[in-house]
Ligand binder design. Structure first.
Ligand code: PLP
Length: 407
């Protein structure tokens, strides 16, 4: 495997066109789009227009009509939700953009308890992305429900389980759960499924409705390229929408927000998952991020990320025997995880050489491989630099051991 092989694969890549939609800094190999998606070229002009024209000139009128065919701000959560729906196998009216993943976990899990009266247990996986279990424990305390955090969550399902809450793609290992099989197992136990798609949406060909999934949420700022702190999305299967009650019953989730009624009446559809006024600038940036998927077949994106990962693992095996694969060979998300006792220092040393990945404790160097802008030659160059950092032990420089707030 040579650098020329990598370049040849880029020439043959049917998704190569998508990279031109992003502004990537010269001299940086960005392998952290699974944490913060790259900046689309369209985002800055789109936001500038939203600020100067929609806000600056049309002012409050933009809530109904932002002009130039851009619709009204008030419909933006549903419109951007509909464009995300295509990427995750949902119908347009089953997805809406709202809040953060953490807040949506709370709303969805509470809705699941309401949808399964008589059942009081939520089951989730130990060692998964922590915010989900943190929020579920807070909800369980408030609702008088039981949270079970299990190494084998499927084995823990019983006739008291209202909800099986899982992340589809594991943030550290990249292991991917089978949506359909897992959902079927939960349904067989009489429980609903709730999926955190943070590392799946925009990375894999997710098909929520084919899996008969019930509830889901996921990040806007990772593979969807929505920008730092972009709002998240929420999915509620149509069959549950009429009965899915969530406790953050704010006015944007009301059937008629501008009727200013005394009593809360939930919107009949997915809008009931909203709470308060959406952040429009964040939504405009997310809209531009999701638009980078136009014309992209998610099966092709998934296949490319897997091929990039296979290429990376093969190169590492050949050139960096000190690193051990900490991710599955198959059923893997758009990332590769490599273990090393000094993974933190290695990550920092790589960043200093222009290869941006991240560190996840205790010992994982995580490299994201978004299909839209990662090239095979980037993978080749990154492994070349990794091999050099290992061979020269450049990572032993004490400045690489200084812990940053965000790793
Ligand atoms: C990134 C991530 C989150 C982030 O949640 P926020 O509330 O948006 O900060 C949640 N869950 C998983 C699995 C993630 O990977």
């Amino acid at each position: 495997m040579t650098r020329a092989d990598a370049l040849a694969r880029d020439v043959a890549d049917p998704l190569a066109f998508a990279r031109a939609q992003f502004r990537l800094p010269e001299g940086t190999i960005y392998l952290d789009g699974n944490s913060l998606g790259a900046l689309p070229c369209a985002s800055a002009p789109r936001l500038a227009h939203a600020i100067t024209h929609e806000w600056g000139e049309r002012l409050i009128g933009s809530w109904n009509d932002a002009g130039e065919g851009h619709g009204g701000w008030v419909d933006l959560p549903a419109r951007v939700g509909a464009s995300i729906a295509r990427l995750i196998g949902a119908a347009a009216d089953e997805v809406i953009v709202a809040d953060s993943v953490s807040v949506n976990v709370f709303k969805l899990a509470a809705a699941a308890l309401a949808l399964r009266p008589g059942r009081r247990t939520i089951v989730t996986e130990a060692g998964d992305f922590p915010t989900d279990a943190y929020v579920l424990s807070g909800l369980a305390r408030l609702a008088g429900a039981t949270l079970r955090v299990e190494a084998d969550p499927l084995a823990a399902l019983d006739n008291d389980t209202a909800l099986l809450w899982l992340t589809q793609t594991h943030y550290r290992t990249g292991a991917v759960r089978d949506l359909a099989a897992t959902t079927a197992a939960a349904h067989a136990a009489g429980a609903l499924t709730g999926w955190d798609l943070s590392h799946s949406a925009g990375a894999l060909a997710v098909d929520l409705n084919r899996a008969n999934a019930d509830l889901a949420t996921g990040c806007g700022y990772k593979f969807l390229n929505g920008g730092p702190g972009a709002p998240a999305f929420v999915f509620v299967a149509r069959r549950h929408q009429g009965a899915a009650e969530q406790p953050l019953s704010g006015w944007f989730g009301h059937a008629a927000p501008f009727a200013f009624e005394q009593e809360f009446r939930p919107a009949p559809g997915i809008e009931r998952m909203l709470a308060g006024t959406p952040g429009i600038l964040g939504l405009r940036a997310l809209e531009a991020g999701v638009a980078t998927f136009e014309g992209v077949d998610m099966a092709a994106a998934e296949a490319k990320s897997r091929a990039l990962g296979d290429f990376l693992l093969a190169l590492v095996e050949q050139r960096c025997p000190e690193m051990t694969g900490a991710c599955p060979r198959s059923a893997r998300g758009a990332q590769v995880s490599l273990a090393h006792a000094h993974a933190y220092e290695l990550t920092q040393a790589l960043i200093a050489r222009g290869v941006v990945g991240d560190f996840r404790p205790p010992d994982v160097l995580r490299l994201g491989l978004p299909a839209l802008y990662t090239r095979f030659v980037d993978v080749w160059d990154a492994v070349d630099i990794l091999a050099d950092v290992l061979a020269t032990e450049a990572w032993r420089d004490p400045r690489f051991a200084v812990r940053q707030a965000v790793t």
